[in-house]
Write a protein that binds this ligand. Structure first.
Ligand code: IPE
Ligand code: IPE
Ligand code: MG
Length: 243
């Protein structure tokens, strides 16, 4: 790949809010679901580019807890699309040594989707080049409530002392406990909000918003986002001189 990206300063964890499928379709005079179908190519491009660059963790927001409130036809189509994409992409994931993971209230997924997802997760579990995590039926507040409940029950059974609760206690109980914090969060489609995504994990992430709608998002857009990230000074509270 011919880019000006500094391979020694890559984000360890890139997360993407893949937004704008519906608007993309509307612009073409198509049904919203056609936008979701078209988004599959953007997913492929993003996964491939991250793997080629050597990014270790890519997390894609595919369906939020709030998205269950959409019309049934749209939800059903998204779930079907999930199953067919997983089936189709399994050979590519294997070939590229990518491990698929999922975070969210997965028990709410239709049985067929959950089964296909488990199959691909299991089949790719030993792959080591990159973790590709799908946030599905995911909501950050729900995730945090689940963590709080687990901590409370550990305190109740004297497994941990209240005084010993620290950031690692939380990190270890999050769905994302196998990954470092997000370094770069990208949202497409021009919306500048977080929409209940990885609230704890983005505490010090660099935020990147682009007007590009998700179905139009290609390699060059991702490269642009990473170049932009690499031109920022991440101070983590310190002064420039201290870095
Ligand atoms: C993102 O695109 C995909 C999902 C949320 C599942 P949208 O469907 O939100 O597209 P817009 O925001 O309506 O354009
Ligand atoms: C966030 O997008 C969820 C996903 C991209 C899966 P939405 O389109 O659902 O978010 P809002 O409604 O604009 O906040
Ligand atoms: Mg949207």
């Amino acid at each position: 790949m011919n880019t000006t990206i500094d391979l020694h300063n890559l984000p360890q964890h890139v997360a993407v809010i893949m937004d704008g499928n519906g608007r993309w379709a509307k612009k073409q005079g198509l049904m919203r679901v056609r936008g979701h179908e078209k988004g599959a190519q953007a997913v492929r491009d993003t996964v491939e580019t991250c793997a080629e660059l050597g990014i270790k963790n890519l997390t894609l927001y595919a369906f939020s807890t709030e998205n269950w409130k959409r019309p049934k036809l749209e939800v059903d189509t998204l779930m079907k699309l999930l199953v067919s994409s997983l089936r189709k992409e399994l050979p590519t994931l294997q070939k590229n040594n990518i491990s698929l993971k999922a975070v969210g209230s997965l028990q709410l997924l239709p049985i067929s989707a959950k089964k296909q997802l488990d199959e691909v997760i299991e089949a790719t579990s030993h792959n080591s080049r990159m973790n590709l995590t799908l946030a599905l039926s995911y909501g950050s507040r729900e995730e945090l409530i689940a963590v709080i409940k687990k901590v409370a029950s550990k305190v109740k059974t004297n497994e941990i002392d209240v005084e010993d609760i620290d950031q690692d206690t939380i990190n270890n109980l999050l769905y994302t406990n196998y990954m470092p914090d997000v370094d770069l969060l990208i949202r497409t489609s021009g919306e500048q909000r977080i929409s209940n995504f990885l609230l704890w994990q983005i505490a010090y992430a660099e935020l990147y918003f682009t007007e590009v709608l998700w179905p139009d998002f290609r390699k060059e857009h991702l490269i642009e986002a990473i170049e932009n990230y690499q031109n920022r000074e991440r101070r983590f509270g310190k002064t420039s001189e201290q870095l």
